[in-house]
Ligand binder design. Structure first.
Ligand code: FE2
Length: 180
């Protein structure tokens, strides 16, 4: 279950309803997919061949098509990141720059864990959304954010896009952001 950490105050928000209503203030979509639908052999597998990626997309076909119908996504794929990913540290360093996109950034976590760091309002500042399998999150367009992995450094997620080029990152340098 996703949890929120407000970075300025160290306040934690837990529980599905609390998390969802906190995120709603910032128009961040939060939904759940049923992780029990995933075949057991794929639950902890972080290096996937094309067949296994397609298998995941097939398992969640109804959920994907439902999101696409509601929110206009045209294409989707699977992203895998783990210690086996070539240049993982380099990739993470690039991810960890605050940026915005012209379209929303939606991720459905299939396995592993990840964190979205999102800019809230002036008073709240940045908050972490710690994501677990089954969590579906969408960061709205033009909202400063970045994504990173948790300590175990592995994740599998479904990504959906409205346009092929919609996910270009526009840097958002923010001197007020404190990393640690
Ligand atoms: Fe992004």
């Amino acid at each position: 279950m996703a949890e929120i950490l407000i970075r300025n105050t160290n306040e934690r928000i837990t529980g599905e309803d609390n998390v969802r209503s906190f995120l709603k203030q910032y128009e961040v979509l939060f939904e759940k997919w049923d992780t029990s639908k995933l075949p057991a052999e794929l639950h902890h597998k972080f290096v996937l061949n094309e067949e296994e990626k397609q298998q995941i997309l097939d398992v969640y076909d109804t959920e994907i098509k439902d999101l696409a119908a509601r929110r206009g996504y045209q294409i989707w794929d699977i992203i895998t990141l783990s210690e086996a990913t070539p240049d993982l540290e380099e990739k993470l360093a690039k991810f960890e720059e605050i940026h915005t996109h012209a379209e929303d950034e939606i991720r459905a976590i299939i396995s592993g864990k990840g964190i979205f760091i999102i800019k809230g309002d002036e008073q709240t500042g940045y908050f972490n959304v710690e994501l677990e399998p089954g969590d579906v999150i969408s960061v709205p367009e033009n909202t400063p954010h970045f994504f990173t992995l948790m300590d175990n450094k592995q994740i599998i997620a479904v990504r959906l896009f409205i346009e092929q080029n919609g996910w270009v990152a526009d840097p958002y340098p923010d001197p007020s952001f404190i990393k640690a």
